[in-house]
Design a protein around this ligand. Structure first.
Ligand code: AMP
Ligand code: ZN
Length: 499
């Protein structure tokens, strides 16, 4: 079986392009714009990292060595993309009466916990913006003479000094968000800050000396500097949410072009995930009132149900978040876990053998069955590969996956191996998740699962001796404690919470 050619959508050309690493010895180099750590990530932000994780898993699954960098923005991101307003970190620290460093440490840790809960693999490197201020100043010094001008408020990039400024954004409409001339004296509305001087008489928590006075770097600078430092230029893939296609990434590209003195954008592919939306409108981290992953966990929903919800949509499509969609994803996940569980029980020797292989093997070799050793794997494996290779078509890959593990014309060991190998790309943890873990269990539940089981055993005993009154009483008592008894549930659960 021949592995399918990986094709990815490049926002730069607005088209699907065959992908191959620029330098096969270095492998694939990916940079993902990371979170701004002034608040918790909302579910929409996390969609961006489920997407980058899917990309990175598929790359490794297909046998490419990978270096993946995600940055942590702890300085420079303003409350408006138009170089106006406050630094988001300064504003949060003031509001919470904490130091910026404490704010950053708290939300960085919370973000990393979200990443772990979603089974998102750790990148090769987390790079923190404030660890790179010296390098940002050096970068700015190099591009300043030919590309920047100084105002009282800071050092600004003249967007007309590079070829095709804003090509990535597509439309050159100056009315878009962030295209408003918010800073007096800017030569062109789309010019942006490279360095923001601290206002006279105002002391900021985060400020550094520079040739342009005390101040802080502009937000876009960090990504140019850190991607260049850790990945070299040009590298293979730069990712971010679709909002970054409009301002942040065009500005990074302009800086990269100024730095190299050429028209290279800095990356071969620029890829963007579409938004997760809710009926109330765009999820907004800065306005607050959004849904966090922790709030789903506290409501008793397993976080991997959210991962599955994301995989059910193509990353370039908008995805609507709702309690119903999430509940449907959870039910689907239960079914998948149930099916894999049955396969594991019917092919225990296979499970042990595979687990051993997986422990011994380099992670990348899991997907390399594509190149070798495919006799045991069904045709669906090639179809699954084709789906993922077609710009990460996870909704199609999932339905191929589901059909194959249900397909009784395939042997159980065959289906189990298929499931294990495919899950390395899907990241749903299907081999280790248990049905028990998927049961909705709110953090504020009154009864423990053991207490519920005991009550259910009592109820069963009452039914055996046909004491239906007692059995009904127990059912009612459980209902009062928020537990609905589920006689004959097709998924095999004997209770669920009353929601
Ligand atoms: P931030 O922490 O605001 O810098 O955003 C982190 C990542 O989340 C960026 O790649 C954003 O483009 C992305 N993002 C923001 N809102 C959403 C959303 N509603 N859906 C998907 N991605 C988003
Ligand atoms: Zn960035």
């Amino acid at each position: 079986m021949h592995p399918a050619q990986l094709t990815l959508y490049n926002s730069l050309t607005r088209s699907l392009e065959p992908f191959a690493p620029l330098d096969s010895e270095k492998g694939v180099r990916v940079y993902s714009c990371g979170p701004t750590v002034y608040n918790y990530a909302h579910l929409g932000n996390l969609r961006a990292y489920v997407f980058t994780d899917t990309l990175s898993r598929v790359l490794t699954w297909k046998g490419f060595p990978l270096t993946h960098v995600i940055n942590i923005t702890d300085v420079g991101h303003l409350t408006s993309d138009a170089d106006a307003g406050d630094d988001k970190m300064e504003a949060a620290a003031r509001a919470q009466a904490k130091s910026i460093w404490d704010v950053a440490a708290h939300y960085t840790a919370a973000f990393k916990a979200n990443i772990a809960d979603l089974n998102i693999r750790q990148p090769s490197r987390w790079s923190v913006a404030t660890d790179h201020i010296g390098e940002m100043i050096d970068f700015a010094k190099k591009i300043a003479p030919d590309h920047c001008y100084e105002l009282d408020t800071g050092l600004y990039f003249d967007s007309t000094t590079v070829p095709d400024y804003g090509k990535l954004a597509g439309s050159q409409d100056d009315t878009r968000e962030g295209r408003i001339e918010a800073v007096e004296g800017k030569r062109h509305p789309q010019d942006f800050a490279i360095w923001r001087k601290s206002p006279p008489g105002e002391q900021r928590q985060m400020e550094w000396d520079s040739p342009w006075g005390k101040g802080a770097p502009g937000w876009h600078l960090e990504c140019s500097v850190m991607s260049l430092k850790y990945l070299g230029a040009p590298f293979d893939i730069h990712t971010g949410g679709i909002d970054h296609r409009e301002i942040h990434h065009p500005n990074e590209i302009a800086q990269n072009q100024a730095f190299c003195g050429c028209s290279d954008t800095g990356a071969h592919f620029w890829m963007h995930n579409n938004f997760l939306v809710d009926r109330q409108g765009k999820m907004s981290k800065s306005k607050g009132g959004f849904t966090t992953l922790q709030s789903l966990i506290d409501a008793g929903v397993h976080p991997l149900a959210y991962r599955l919800l994301c995989l059910q949509a193509h990353y370039r499509s908008e995805l609507e978040f709702s309690a119903e969609n999430l509940a449907a994803a959870l039910t689907r996940l239960k079914r998948l876990v149930g099916l894999v569980d049955q396969l594991r029980q019917s092919a225990p020797a296979m499970t042990d053998w595979l687990s051993e292989q997986l422990e011994k093997a380099e992670w990348a070799t899991i997907g390399q069955a594509l190149q070798s050793d495919t006799q045991r794997l069904p045709d669906e494996y090639a179809a699954f590969d084709r789906a993922l290779s077609d710009d990460l078509n996870t909704p199609l890959a999932l339905s191929i996956f589901e059909a194959a593990i249900r397909d009784r014309t395939l042997s159980e060991p065959q289906r189990l191996e298929f499931a294990i190998r495919c899950d390395a790309a899907l990241g749903l943890n299907l081999l280790s998740l248990t049905r028990e873990e998927l049961r909705v269990r709110p953090a504020n539940a009154i009864l423990t699962p053991e207490e519920i089981s005991d009550r259910l055993v009592e109820r069963q005993q009452a039914r055996v001796v046909k004491d239906f009154q007692r059995s009904d009483t127990i059912r009612d008592e459980l209902a009062a404690a928020g537990v609905e008894v589920m006689d004959g549930d097709p998924l095999g659960w004997d209770w669920k919470p009353v929601l």
